[in-house]
Design a protein around this ligand. Structure first.
Ligand code: FAQ
Length: 338
């Protein structure tokens, strides 16, 4: 399904690498715009403007990188999960995140960029991944809070992506969102058990984790709309369907109610229901912290990237062995056919 995209690679001098000029190209662009305006979908083999393609490769690859880097903070707790049941759930969740990364890399490949190029950009520090995964997981409650808040924010952002105009991305997101709902629930369930049946110390541990993860979770939705470089064009193209600020607000409104059931408070004195707006007001986000983390200066940026590069290097022999095995099999098949 995905391999056909490799012949779409923009090569020096190839038509897709040149700015739009010819009447034929203008007609193609008009057709593309009309399809977008009708709420239609674009497939990998359809004509698309270069900028649309680049925007998608950027967003989808950042998303894929987030999924696989996102495995690391939770992986930190696999050997220390409190029960066999929690360990099995955590392992399954982390494995799911790896799978999401693979669906997304495959979707990005349909746009003509190879997985090696995408991973090269991650490992050299050129590509971004979500700011949230540069915070440490200090206690077991962090694992529950990641499920509740981080997966919760991810779902809020990702459900509209199931209607993204680029069909291979939209299809990947449908599968991913189904699994993310389970992730969010398992996190909430684990916190509920600690809050309702746990000791005073366990309840304090949950509250401490909420205090540390609340603001970074709100930052996941990206900068405010007025400062979002890509939003206007991505909304015009139907890549993004709901703005960064609107998604953040929906997340705050939904989560505040869940916090009441859980019995935790958010670390924000300004958080209160606004009858007139029919939304929760909330305090100012520290955007300096956000940009510091995005720029590589968060608490765990170096550790996360270092772990990824090490995992990639350590796995080289597996990739080489798989290629050698495939080559041997192909050789045998050729000999048998001769
Ligand atoms: N972190 O113009 P905008 C998950 C960058 S998956 C880092 O508003 P855009 C699953 C942005 O790239 C979580 N960088 O950008 C899981 C751009 O920089 P660039 C990831 C950020 O693309 C759970 C610049 O700021 N989800 O959690 C962030 O229109 C648990 C200007 O921003 C996705 O990737 C950030 N938070 O909107 C796994 C969903 N925000 O590229 C394990 C798909 C912004 O010009 C455990 N992505 N930037 O250098 C999106 O929806 C969008 O890309 C946004 C950003 C909303 C993230």
């Amino acid at each position: 399904m995905y391999t056909q995209a490799m012949d779409l690679m923009a090569k020096e001098g190839a038509p897709s690498a040149r700015p739009l000029r010819s009447a034929e190209e203008l007609k193609l662009e008009e057709r593309f715009d009309a399809r977008i305006d009708d709420g239609g979908f674009i497939e990998a083999k359809d004509w698309m403007p270069d900028h649309y393609r680049k925007t998608l490769v950027r967003q989808i690859s950042q998303h894929a990188h987030s999924e696989i880097v996102g495995m690391l903070p939770e992986g930190n707790w696999v050997t220390r999960a409190p029960t066999l049941k929690r360990k099995a759930i955590l392992l399954a969740k982390i494995q799911d995140e790896g799978g999401h990364g693979l669906y997304l890399y495959a979707a990005a490949e349909t746009l003509g960029t190879s997985r090696d190029e995408l991973l090269g950009a991650l490992h050299s520090g050129k590509a971004k991944y979500s700011s949230i995964f540069n915070y440490p997981t200090l206690t077991w409650a962090d694992v529950g809070v990641i499920g509740w808040l981080v997966d919760g924010a991810a779902i809020m952002n990702q459900v509209p992506l199931c209607r993204c105009s680029y069909a291979p991305y939209a299809r990947a997101m449908i599968r991913i969102c189904r699994e993310e709902s389970f992730h969010q629930r398992q996190g909430y369930d684990s916190l509920l058990v600690m809050m309702q049946n746990g000791t005073e110390a366990q309840r304090a541990m949950v509250q401490d984790a909420v205090n540390r993860w609340w603001w970074p979770s709100l930052m996941m939705f990206g900068p405010p709309d007025g400062e979002s470089t890509h939003s206007a064009q991505s909304m015009r193209w139907g890549i993004k369907r709901i703005s960064n600020d609107d998604l953040r607000q929906k997340f705050v409104d939904a989560t505040v109610e869940q916090a009441k059931v859980l019995g935790v408070t958010m670390p924000d004195p300004d958080l209160k229901w606004n009858e007139e707006r029919q939304h929760c007001d909330f305090g100012a986000i520290d955007w300096d912290e956000f940009w510091r983390v995005v720029g590589g200066e968060g608490p765990c940026n170096r550790e996360r990237l270092g772990m990824r590069v090490k995992a990639w290097d350590d796995g080289a022999w597996v990739r080489e062995a798989a290629l050698a095995h495939a080559e041997k099999q192909a050789q045998r098949a050729r000999q048998a056919a001769a």
